[in-house]
Design a protein around this ligand. Structure first.
Ligand code: NAD
Length: 420
């Protein structure tokens, strides 16, 4: 018998799964989902208060990005679980005349869910909804970078589940490394491509299947004939939501060189309507902070380096180390060799980059890793179709940013560096 507490936990869940889980009826799965939904609804105020402590997200942002998606994901699972779980009857070949074949959906077993800090509640509980709907047990490892959320998830798990059904393990690299050494039936990881590789290597040891929800550079292409005012408003919303700390946040904006000045004028004017001169946003409770000092330094040094490299600070750039505040920032004149272009920014910085013709813009996108999200702003269906046919991204959105997140019916995942 092992004295490793994580192995003991896994064995307990495996035993429960084999004894009960495999045969767990859809009725029981639904009851479990309803228990989870009821807890989230009953504790909405607590969730809002606790999550705001981590990096100052506003109630509005928390409602949109942490609570509502979970409630609607549970609703979606409750309405579709019967369909997802039903057997699929298959035709048999003539040589097997008289026989019948069907595919039976069965739960994988004991799953490990590793969550990041940027939407720390939703990205831990969302995959849990799927695990429960699939009839699996789960161990959740929340992010150590958002301690208030970590404690909240621990509380939720204790109050809603038996440990053999769902458990929460708190910790950072050391604890996650120990968890990854065990033989799970599936690992669901959301985080950086760097750690994604570590997870995949560890999973390969046991040939465990993985879902990797990773990150990357998300391009925006603005067409010459786009509605610039609408484009600017949607870019400002999508880029600065959650202080730019979103996996589908626009990472760089490709602007046609002959319309550059016109576009910049409108972008600055729309920026001023929301953030005034940028410094003001420090007083606004609706603008979140960078998650911690380490990420603050990383994003600040990207801005400083960009200015050193000759980029123009169009808006923002102000920072406050005491509160991890970085003003919503717009940089102009970014090049492919700029440091800021070659990193997932994950902060409130919007770099603008010029393109002369669309084929050159496509080259820039296609020379780099496949993006998790791609945004096109245009009035022309032909233009949008051309971009879609000549690029590959997890999701491509026309004339908006980040809204794909709220659509349960479309896949969001990327490819390679942006996900598996
Ligand atoms: P991260 O990879 O640093 O951490 C994610 C998790 O892995 C945490 O729980 C952490 O404790 C653990 N971890 C960190 N280092 C580890 C190591 N060396 N060994 C084992 N475990 C380790 O990611 P993050 O900073 O929390 O989140 C930001 C990243 O997540 C960004 O790249 C972002 O694009 C990505 N992300 C992707 C999606 C998506 O849906 N595709 C959603 C949100 C965030």
């Amino acid at each position: 018998m092992s004295d490793n507490p994580y192995q003991i936990l896994l064995d307990k869940q495996k035993k429960y799964f084999l004894e009960k889980g495999r045969t767990k009826s859809l009725y029981e799965r639904k009851q479990t989902l309803k228990r989870l939904r009821n807890w989230v609804k009953a504790n909405q105020e607590l969730i809002l208060t606790e999550l705001a402590k981590d990096f100052g997200k506003s109630r509005e942002e928390l409602m949109i990005s942490e609570i509502k998606p979970i409630v609607s994901e549970i609703k979606d699972a409750l309405s579709n679980i019967r369909f997802w779980a039903q057997d699929v009857h298959k035709k048999t070949p003539l040589a097997l005349f008289g026989s019948k074949a069907r595919v039976i959906k069965e739960p994988k077993g004991v799953t490990l869910i590793i969550a990041p800090w940027n939407f720390p509640f939703m990205l831990a509980i969302g995959p849990l909804v799927s695990a429960i709907a699939a009839g699996c047990t789960a161990v959740i490892k929340p992010s150590e970078n958002t301690p208030a959320c970590e404690a909240l998830i621990e509380k939720l798990v204790k109050e809603v589940f038996q440990p053999e059904e769902v458990a929460c393990v708190k910790g950072a690299v050391q604890e996650t490394t120990q968890l990854l050494q065990l033989k799970w039936d599936h690992i669901f990881f959301t985080g950086s491509p760097l750690v994604g590789k570590i997870v995949m290597k560890a999973a390969a040891e046991h040939l465990t299947s993985v879902t990797l929800e990773l990150g990357g550079q998300n391009p925006v292409i603005v067409d010459r004939n786009a509605n610039f005012k609408d484009t600017a408003q949607k870019l400002i919303w999508g880029k600065f939501f959650n202080c730019g700390q979103s996996c589908i946040s626009p990472n760089y904006v490709l602007v046609p060189d002959d319309k550059h000045l016109e576009f910049v004028k409108i972008l600055k004017s729309e920026y001023a309507k929301v953030f005034k001169n940028g410094v003001e946003s420090e007083k606004e409770s609706s603008f979140a902070r960078v998650v911690n000092a380490q990420h603050f330094e990383r994003v600040k040094s990207l801005i400083d380096k960009s200015v050193e490299e000759g980029m123009l600070l169009l808006e923002g750039g102000n920072t406050n180390k005491e509160t991890n505040f970085i003003a919503p920032t717009i940089l102009d004149g970014v090049r492919e060799d700029s440091a800021i272009f070659n990193e997932e920014i994950f902060g409130p910085v919007m770099p603008l980059m010029l393109y002369s013709d669309i084929e050159k813009a496509l080259d820039i996108i296609n020379r780099n890793e496949k993006p998790l999200a791609l945004y096109i702003f245009t009035k022309s269906n032909k233009f949008a179709k051309h971009i879609i046919q000549n690029t590959s991204a997890g999701t491509t959105v026309i004339n908006d940013t980040t809204i794909q997140f709220s659509d349960q019916n479309i896949p969001l995942g990327g490819d390679r560096k942006s996900g598996t």
